[in-house]
Design a protein around this ligand. Structure first.
Ligand SMILES: Nc1ncnc2c1ncn2[C@@H]1O[C@H](COP(=O)(O)OP(=O)(O)OP(=O)(O)O)[C@@H](O)[C@H]1O
Ligand SMILES: [Mg+2]
Length: 477
C-alpha cells in the first residue's frame, strides 16, 4: 500500500453504502469506523483521532443534514478533511458542502462503487495534500518552537555560542583564566573562534576598559614586525620620519593579541619571550627601556608541539605563553553546536542587514546543515547561513536554500548514501525498473519524502510519480 490512509470515519444511514466505503478504504490500508448517525460521529470525533471523514449529505428524516454535521465537525476540527457524498446532479448541495468546509464531494449514484474506486486516487491525493498541509503546519509550529529554543540556548556568554560539552568546557576555561594576568595560548584550526575567544578573555578581565590591540604576526615581514610591535625612533630606517609607538605600548594596561605566532624566526621569538618576562623593551633604534603592563594572548593554528620537535618553535616561549592553553575543537567534532550557531548567525545577519526575509530556519535546513563537515569551521558555517539567508525567497529557510549555499562538493549527496547496485542476471526491463525505483526512492529521500518535490526533482508530473510510487511500493516503511 502506497499511502497510509489512516483512520477514516464514514457516516451514512445506508448500511450498504457504509459497507462499500469500508471495503474500498480497507482494501487500501485504511482503518474504517462507520456511523449511521452524524451525532454519533461527532461524539466519537470529540474523543478520537481521524484522518478523513466521508459524510453522506442526506442522513435520513428527522436528523441534522450532512451539511450541518459537516459544519459542526469543521468548526472543531478545521484540519480534518471531509468528503461529502451528494445526490446525483445536486450542484447546489455540492456548493453548500464546500462552503461548510468539505474538501470534496462525490456524487452518489448506482455506480458509486466504480466511482469510489475511481475517486480513491483523488481522495488519496486530497488526503495526501491535507496530510502534507497538516504536517507543514505541525512542522511550522514545531519550527518556531525549535528556533525559539535555539535562540534562547544561543544565550551566549560574551558572544561565544555553543551548547556542546566541548564548548562549555572552553567557556569555563575562559572564565577561569580571564582575571589572571598571565598569557593565554589559543589553539585550533582556522575559523574556530580563536580571536573571538581572545576578545572574550579580555572583556572578562579587569582590563576590559583598557585597549585590546591585535596584530597578525604572519601578515607583516619580520623586519617590519619588530617596529610594529615595539615601535621605532625617528630615523630608525628609511621612511621612519617620526617616532612611532608599537603595539606593546598601545596595549599598555590592556591586552595584546598576537595572532598567528607560528611562523616567527627563532631570534624573533627570543625577543618576544624577553618582553613577556620583563615587560620591558626598546623601540627600534631607541635606547630608552620602556616599561609596560600588557597581557598577551597568542593564537595559532599551527601544531606548536611539532614545530618545537622540528626546532622551529622555542620551547621556552611556548612554556611562557601556555600559562593556560585553550584548544578550540573543530566544528565537525561538535556538530551539536551547528543549530544554535545557525540560528544565532541568522539573528545577527538580520540585525546587520535591512530587509532580510528569512525569520526562521526549518528542520530540513538544520538537517542539511548537519550533513556537511565544515573544513572552514564556524566561519564557514556563518558564511553558508548568511549566503542561504540572503538568497532565500521565503520567511522560512529550507533545505534547498542551504543546498544552494553549500560548496559544490557538499551538494547532491544522497540523503542515505545508498548507491544503486545493478543486477546483470536480470532481464533488461527488470534492470531498468530497478534503476527507476532507485531513482524515485533517492528523490524521495532527498526531498524528505515530499512526493510533489520528488516528482519535480525528477521532472515528472505528480501523477507520473505517483504511478511509480505505487508500482515500486515506495512508502516510507
Ligand atoms: N562559538 C562561536 N560563537 C559565535 N561565533 C563564532 C564562534 N566561533 C567562531 N565564531 C565566528 O566565526 C568567525 C571566525 O572566528 P575567528 O575569527 O575568531 O576564528 P579564528 O579561529 O581566529 O580563525 P583564523 O584561524 O582563520 O584566524 C567570526 O565571525 C566569529 O565571530
Ligand atoms: Mg583569527
Amino acid at each position: 500500500m502506497a499511502l497510509t490512509l489512516g483512520t477514516i470515519v464514514c457516516v451514512d444511514d445506508q448500511a450498504e453504502v457504509r459497507r462499500l466505503l469500508g471495503d474500498v478504504f480497507r482494501a487500501r490500508g485504511g482503518n474504517v469506523v462507520g456511523f449511521d448517525d452524524g451525532e454519533d460521529a461527532i461524539a466519537w470525533l470529540a474523543r478520537n483521532e481521524a484522518d478523513l471523514v466521508v459524510l453522506d449529505l442526506d442522513l435520513g428524516p428527522g436528523r441534522r443534514s450532512g451539511i450541518e454535521i459537516c459544519r459542526a465537525i469543521h468548526a472543531s476540527r478545521a484540519e480534518l478533511p471531509i468528503i461529502i457524498l451528494t445526490g446525483h446532479g445536486a450542484i447546489d448541495d455540492a456548493v453548500a458542502a464546500v462552503k461548510a468546509g468539505a474538501v470534496d464531494f462525490i456524487t452518489k449514484d448506482p455506480y458509486l462503487e466504480d466511482k469510489l474506486e475511481i475517486s480513491v486516487e483523488k481522495v488519496e491525493r486530497i488526503l495526501q495534500h491535507a496530510l502534507d498541509r497538516k504536517r507543514l503546519e505541525d512542522e511550522n509550529r514545531e519550527l518556531r518552537a525549535t528556533n525559539e529554543r535555539l535562540r534562547k540556548a544561543a544565550g551566549r556568554r560574551w558572544a561565544i555560542v555553543g551548547d556542546s560539552p566541548l564548548m562549555q568546557n572552553v567557556l569555563s576555561k575562559i572564565e577561569k583564566v580571564a582575571p589572571v594576568p598571565r598569557p593565554v595560548l589559543v589553539l585550533g584550526p582556522r575559523g574556530t573562534g580563536k580571536e573571538l575567544d581572545a576578545r572574550a578573555i579580555h572583556t572578562l578581565s579587569p582590563r576590559a576598559s583598557e585597549p585590546f590591540i591585535t596584530i597578525n604576526c604572519a601578515a607583516v615581514a619580520e623586519s617590519l614586525l619588530e617596529s610594529e610591535l615595539f615601535g621605532h625612533e625617528e630615523g630608525a630606517f628609511t621612511g621612519a620620519t617620526k617616532q612611532k609607538e608599537g603595539k606593546f605600548e598601545l596595549a599598555d594596561g590592556g591586552t595584546l593579541f598576537l595572532d598567528e605566532i607560528g611562523n616567527m624566526s627563532m631570534d624573533f621569538q627570543a625577543k618576544i619571550l624577553r618582553v613577556l618576562e620583563y615587560q620591558r623593551f626598546e623601540r627600534v633604534a631607541g635606547s630608552e627601556s620602556i616599561q609596560v603592563n600588557v597581557r598577551v594572548i597568542a593564537a595559532t593554528n599551527a601544531d606548536l608541539k611539532k614545530a618545537i620537535a622540528e626546532g622551529k618553535f622555542r620551547a621556552d616561549l611556548y612554556d611562557r605563553l601556555a600559562f593556560e592553553t585553550i584548544t578550540l575543537p573543530s566544528l565537525s567534532s561538535r556538530m551539536q553546536d551547528v543549530p544554535v550557531l545557525a540560528v544565532y548567525f541568522l539573528g545577527r545577519f538580520r540585525q546587520e542587514v535591512a530587509g532580510i526575509n528569512v525569520k526562521e530556519i526549518s528542520a530540513g535546513a538544520l538537517d542539511r546543515l548537519a550533513q556537511y563537515d565544515y573544513p572552514g569551521n564556524v566561519r564557514e558555517l556563518k558564511n553558508v547561513v548568511e549566503r542561504a539567508v540572503y538568497m532565500a525567497q521565503s520567511e522560512v529557510l529550507s533545505g534547498a536554500d542551504i543546498d544552494g549555499a553549500l560548496p559544490p562538493e557538499a551538494q547532491g549527496a544522497p540523503a542515505d548514501g545508498q548507491a544503486f547496485t545493478d543486477d546483470p542476471r536480470l532481464a533488461l526491463p527488470d534492470r531498468v525498473d530497478a534503476f527507476e525505483a532507485w531513482l524515485c526512492r533517492d528523490a524521495l529521500e532527498r526531498t524528505r519524502f515530499k512526493q510533489k518535490e520528488a516528482a519535480q526533482l525528477l521532472g515528472m508530473t505528480y501523477d507520473q510519480f505517483r504511478q511509480r510510487y505505487r508500482k515500486y511500493g515506495l512508502g516510507k516503511d
